[in-house]
Design a binder for this molecule. Sequence first.
Ligand SMILES: *[C@@H]1O[C@H](CO)[C@@H](O)[C@H](O)[C@H]1NC(C)=O
Ligand SMILES: *[C@@H]1O[C@H](CO)[C@@H](O)[C@H](O)[C@H]1NC(C)=O
Ligand SMILES: *[C@@H]1O[C@H](CO)[C@@H](O)[C@H](O)[C@H]1NC(C)=O
Ligand SMILES: *[C@@H]1O[C@H](CO)[C@@H](O)[C@H](O)[C@H]1NC(C)=O
Length: 272
Amino acid sequence: MLASPVLTALAGTALAADCTRESLKIVADSLVAAQIAGNPALLKPAASILTYNENRKPANFTHSILSTAIKPDHTRHSLDTTQCATYTEFISASGAKPYVNGYQLWLTNGSISRLDALTTSTGDWLFNATGTLYWASREDWGEIPEAKRDSRAVIQAAADAYLDVFSNKSVVVPWGKPCARLEGGAYTGKGGPDDRCDVGIPDGVQLVSRRYVIDETVGAVDVMLRFASLADSHEFRVEGGKLRFVHTITPMNGSPGPSGKGKGKRRAVRKI
Ligand SMILES: *[C@@H]1O[C@H](CO)[C@@H](O)[C@H](O)[C@H]1NC(C)=O
Ligand SMILES: *[C@@H]1O[C@H](CO)[C@@H](O)[C@H](O)[C@H]1NC(C)=O
Ligand SMILES: *[C@@H]1O[C@H](CO)[C@@H](O)[C@H](O)[C@H]1NC(C)=O
Ligand SMILES: *[C@@H]1O[C@H](CO)[C@@H](O)[C@H](O)[C@H]1NC(C)=O
């Protein structure tokens, strides 16, 4: 049966304009489908993507990471109905080439106005997709009962405190007990009650140009930012106002790494 162009257009408008969890999930699922198929055209609504950035650089969506077919072992979405945005974590450990990717997607008036993809593989910051998959799939990022949910402001404040302490040691960070940080494929904890993430935080590093996607139903906020000279994603799970999990994705993108500005990043994990 042929789809009516009018109905299809109406469905497309309703899809993104109302920004429900259901409509955002359809869009985020289509992003994953596009990545699996290696076909950017499967991303819906696809009529126009005004801005596409890959590892914080403007890039051609037709030749984006989505044009490489990648089979995920784990994906997870955050759905931000307030901003009409999504964040997707995508881990592929079992394919010929491993990947850990993160995508922030923004809708405006029913079109994708912005897509920011970070893509990492062997050689990127502490990259180990097997480790990332192992730890990420053991953690509980599930729905938080309504009565226990934090507000968007509280969730963002917890993330900001963590990001601010890299340049200001007076900032009070609401560390959870336990709290675990998954940085590349390295974990600060063991998956137990004594896990902590207040270890190996460097000083004197500015984490700037922050862009947040917040899903209060799961206490999650993803922040895409600039970490010194590096592109970076820090994603947080906040429970009762306190940090429970931190995930980072940092493409090295030909940056100097251990010397120059990459130095701060290296010191960030010297203890793990
Ligand atoms: C992106 O790539 C497509 C296909 O190769 C090409 O037709 C298009 O002109 C490119 N767009 C830009 C902005 O370079
Ligand atoms: C979205 O639609 C509204 C109402 O038609 C319009 O005022 C606004 O400029 C549009 N925004 C963008 C970014 O196109
Ligand atoms: C990657 O992580 C896995 C699981 O934690 C671990 O067994 C493996 O040794 C790690 N590989 C490297 C190269 O660190
Ligand atoms: C550092 O953090 C403290 C505590 O939040 C704040 O009072 C102070 O203004 C901050 N300093 C700078 C330079 O931002």
